[in-house]
Design a binder for this molecule. Sequence first.
Ligand code: PLP
Length: 383
Amino acid sequence: MNISRRDFLRSLDVGSAAGIAVQWPLASTPRADRFEPSRSSREPGLILLYSNENAYGPSPKVVESIKSSVNGVNRYPRMEYQALVELIAGLHHVKPDQVLLGCGSTEILRMAAFTFLGNGKQLIHASPTFEAIEHYAHAVGSEVIPVRLTRDYAHDLDGMLGRAGSASTLVYICNPNNPTASLTPRKDLETFISKLAASTFVVIDEAYHHYVGGSGMYASFIDRPLGDERVIVARTFSKVYGLAGLRLGYAVASPKIIQQMRGFATQDNINAVVTRVAEAALDDSDAVYDFVQRNSNDRQEFFNHAMGRALKPIDSHANFVMMNTFHPAQEMIEHFQRNNILIGRHFPPMDTYIRVSLGRPEEMQAFWTAWDKLPYPKSSMQH
Ligand SMILES: Cc1ncc(COP(=O)(O)O)c(C=O)c1O
């Protein structure tokens, strides 16, 4: 049968022809625009200090690889998928069946929620922490139990243990934690995991792993595995590798757990460009080193500026900084927006804290210039 181009195009428009409006249930849909300010990041002159991206990345070698990877995007990247799994497995000295790729580590978190949660089960997480998994837990009908961070901004592991009943099937640990950039000591995590019920799984989100540096409090659960089947580690290419827009994350866990989680992966979830580019990103270790160095200089510079104003940010082990302003976070966010700067969202219950992602020096200069225009007496913003 011949079909005209016009009929063909009309045939694609099934939903609107039938008057069907497809709607997502808002309460259960984690969407980036519910996490971040509504202004478009493409507005010219806007300074983006709000999503903890790598302000410098990706590296020139990776940019070259992106350009050359465009050839071939007419094909599904199925063979490349396996090659990338093997590459990541080799990097971490694990078997390929211990690695699962995700469309960003957000998809890893979603798969974990779908695998381990559901009606009658519970998610325990810190408050505040990165919220994606909490939204997915709600989406699958789980109860969500937030446990406030300690006074040192570590996970309150005793508090979490106290809330972990027999239905507690998943604990989310973000280390370093977003939004506080703080660490929970490795030895405390080991004790905590050893006390959890055998049926409770733990996702350890190491999105900011590279920025930690040499802290003796920290060791990655990929680099120093516990050999415990209940531990799932999530990593991302969105931070130090500078590839947030290309969407790639992964999990490392036991073969059995990876197989269970894979059942909830979107089919063909990894795009053809990033399957090739990831190799260039992993190869370019000089660039990773350079990004980490720049971040530590930028972080130090941030603290110098803050201390010069008698402010005391939380000690940061990541590429962002959180600090108490002693004024409503929302007012601060709006002040910076008026100055064309987007900073992190409001993170209840830390209602007077702001989270600032580290940008390039000139962007941070603009941040401090805007800071100095705040309409509050300086003494009201200090300890
Ligand atoms: C702790 C943490 N985990 C996961 C993510 C999601 O990263 P992506 O989906 O880009 O890999 C983020 C993003 O900011 C994050 O802060």
